[in-house]
Design a protein around this ligand. Structure first.
Ligand SMILES: [Zn+2]
Length: 253
């Protein structure tokens, strides 16, 4: 059975906790995981501890190096699906044919994305044209706006079943899960939420993810394997759904 981890942080500049590619390989040693979607660590992209942070040349360089590092991971022991982590410079010119998605991340007390910047609108248009999915972690109001207004026609994945987007239940009451372009990953989510999701929204837009280095890939995989659902559903969550997500970009494997 194929197994792909759809949620992995990977980089060599932010070393706490260690999250280089080799650290991930070590973490999945002996497990059947054959590939992973990877994004740079947040602390390689912007100063998350300063809500008023504005960009600097050195941060721009750090961000570019973080995104470029993932592109060096071709032809390694496992399949790597790199995502470009976009910040307020909306540097979509850095999207390469090897990218499989976009990472968009911000917590409530962190510097804001300039949604009103024309460069943001242009970046969204580029993302749509390239059919790239967006892993979106944002506060609830921005998540709702992003899905309903900003990005129609773009596949949006809410990580950890929405845990840091306002919480699973809030996303339920806002009616976002039933939207055909809203997907979810299971990283660090409660099994009860995953079961509720499958019962109400089906399993076709649900992706296995570990959130390495914050979650442990083997433990997160064991959580999926323990779910009281059929093997076919597990196979879809563990790999087939992700491959279907990528089909619009290009078929893999
Ligand atoms: Zn994460």
């Amino acid at each position: 059975m194929r197994i792909f981890d759809s949620h992995v942080h990977c980089g060599i500049q932010d070393k706490y906790p260690p999250q280089a590619f080799e650290d991930y390989l070590l973490a999945i040693r002996g497990s059947p995981i054959q590939g992973a979607a990877m994004f740079p660590p947040v602390l390689e992209i912007y100063e998350r501890n300063d809500p008023f942070f504005t960009d600097t040349t050195s941060w721009r360089r750090r961000r570019q190096a973080a995104n470029e590092y993932l592109l060096t991971l071709q032809d390694r022991d496992i399949e790597v699906f790199p995502y470009l982590f976009l910040w307020n410079d909306f540097a979509v010119r850095q999207i390469t044919p090897w990218h499989f998605g976009i990472k968009w991340h911000r917590h409530e007390n962190e510097p804001r994305y300039n949604y009103d910047d024309p460069a943001c609108t242009a970046a969204i248009a580029t993302i749509r044209e390239k059919n790239l999915p967006v892993v979106l972690e944002e506060e609830l109001a921005n998540t709702i706006r992003f899905v309903n207004e900003t990005t129609p026609g773009i596949r949006v994945i809410l990580p950890h079943m929405g845990m840091l987007n306002g919480g699973y239940r809030r996303i339920v009451s806002e009616g976002l899960w039933e939207k055909p372009d809203v997907w979810a990953d299971t990283a660090l989510a409660l099994p009860s939420e995953i079961m509720h999701y499958i019962e109400h929204y089906g399993h076709e837009r649900l992706l296995f993810g570990s959130d390495f280095p914050f979650g442990h890939p083997s433990a997160e995989l064991a959580k999926i394997n323990r779910l009281k659902v059929s093997d076919d559903i597990k196979a879809d969550i563990l790999a087939n759904n992700l491959m279907r997500l990528y089909e619009k970009i290009r078929p893999v494997l």
